[in-house]
Design a protein around this ligand. Structure first.
Ligand code: C5P
Length: 399
């Protein structure tokens, strides 16, 4: 279920008896690693309390369209922008009718109109209401507008009837949502990623290193697996969990990172160098701890191998993608690196904004293009990066 990890699910609950299942659904989303925010119609609160949903999602529940407190922090527009997916579960016949006619008179219907991400509904109603020609006509409109319709299931109903109209079970809804993130964009592709810092020892207790949390590389690895790729992540020392489905190789020095890269990149389709590799290492590593004696000391450093250049120089090279964390003239310096290291694509960013942060703002640079990607959470940005990489793979195949 790795495709739901770090996804932002906006769960809308409308007023039907199946609303009690939304609690279990939220629990399953959170367990799968998703972040959940809940918005409820007034009628929904008659069936399940906002407090229950707040406790399970870990976030304040949005109930009112005009909520002064919410508007200051995350109003309906911000909430719509925040989400990767909007799921209305349960969706009553009344709410489906509202959606079909683009009404926006409460928090949830307004969110639906404001959202530009995929929207799914899980209808739940009495079987006769489901069969009604008006409901079916509304459904047809929603399908034409590319809303996803999950269910309903067939069976016993709370009102005593039997037939179609039951909300899909939470576990099935979870699967359907996970499927939406499994884009298959990079199906069958092997991607090798370097991430995190390297460390170069001075003596048994000291080392030279770079600032790097590894978060960008790990987000790319997670999203590449969700897009169907097989991923090898060659990681310097970081404090992060291995993403599900990723083969992780731990290294410490630049030389170890180079060796692991060259051993794994032979049959790769894409190499992404995200690692903050130490450019120079001490010429000599002292066997004993260096003692404090004189007021100054000199270190002799020698150049480390440039891993990404080594990959770019291979005869059968994969698509080579680099990063450049710059402190000034970000795009100019990025472009210079792209050309010098013979990269296919480079993502340049401001070093000061990035360290240890969960969000990032990058400019994608190739020899003939320059595009600023929308700033945001590293996982969302990673998906945009992978889209550009997939576009490039298709383009290369055609030429
Ligand atoms: O450190 P620099 O700004 O040159 O990094 C640019 C790109 O080169 C990054 O993608 C980084 O991972 C890669 N690099 C490398 N080996 C090095 C230095 C940098 O692969 N020794």
């Amino acid at each position: 279920m790795s495709s739901l990890s770090n996804k932002r699910i906006l769960l809308g609950i409308t007023g039907g008896i199946a609303a009690y299942k939304s609690a279990e659904l939220t629990r399953l989303f959170v367990k799968a690693g998703a972040e959940v925010r809940v918005a409820m119609t007034e009628a929904a609160t008659e069936f399940i309390t906002a407090l229950t949903m707040q406790a399970l999602s870990g976030n304040r529940v949005q109930l009112d369209l005009l909520d002064p407190e919410a508007e200051a922090a995350m109003g309906h527009i911000e909430l719509a922008r925040w989400a990767d997916l909007v799921l209305i579960a349960p969706a009553t016949a009344d709410f489906l009718a509202k959606m079909a006619h683009a009404q926006a008179d409460d928090i949830l219907s307004t969110l639906v109109l404001a959202a530009s991400v995929p929207i799914a509904v899980a209808p739940a109603m009495n079987q006769a209401m489901w069969a009604d020609a008006g409901t079916q006509a509304n459904l047809e409109i929603l399908r034409q507008r590319k809303y996803h319709v999950f269910g309903p299931a067939d069976g016993d109903q709370a009102c005593g009837d039997v037939g179609p109209g039951r909300m899909m079970e939470p576990a099935q809804l979870l699967e359907s949502c996970a499927d939406m993130f499994e884009s298959g964009l990079l199906a069958g592709q092997k991607i090798v990623i370097t991430g995190g810092p390297t460390r170069e020892a001075l003596d048994p207790v000291r080392y030279i290193s770079n600032h790097s949390s590894g978060k960008m590389a790990y987000a790319l690895a997670t999203e590449a697996v969700a897009a169907g790729a097989s991923v090898v992540l060659i990681s310097g020392p970081v404090n992060l969990q291995t993403p599900a489905g990723v083969t992780r190789i731990d290294v410490v020095t630049a030389q170890e990172m180079l060796d692991a890269t060259l051993a794994n990149v032979i049959d790769a389709d894409v190499f992404i160098g995200v690692a903050a590799v130490v450019d120079y290492r001490p010429q000599q590593v002292a066997t004993d701890k260096i003692k404090k004696s004189s007021d100054t000391m000199q270190l002799k450093l020698v150049k480390n191998p440039d891993i990404i250049t080594a990959v770019a120089d291979l005869e059968n090279r994969p698509l080579v993608v680099g990063f450049a964390a710059e402190t000034s003239n970000i795009t100019e310096n990025g472009r210079e690196k792209l050309l010098k290291k013979k990269l296919d694509l480079l993502f340049a960013n401001n070093a000061a904004d990035t360290f240890n942060s969960d969000s990032i703002c990058v400019t994608a640079i190739s020899t003939d293009t320059e595009t600023e990607l929308p700033a945001g959470n590293k996982h969302v940005v990673a998906r945009n990066m992978l889209q550009l990489i997939a576009d490039r793979l298709v383009k290369n195949e055609k030429t």
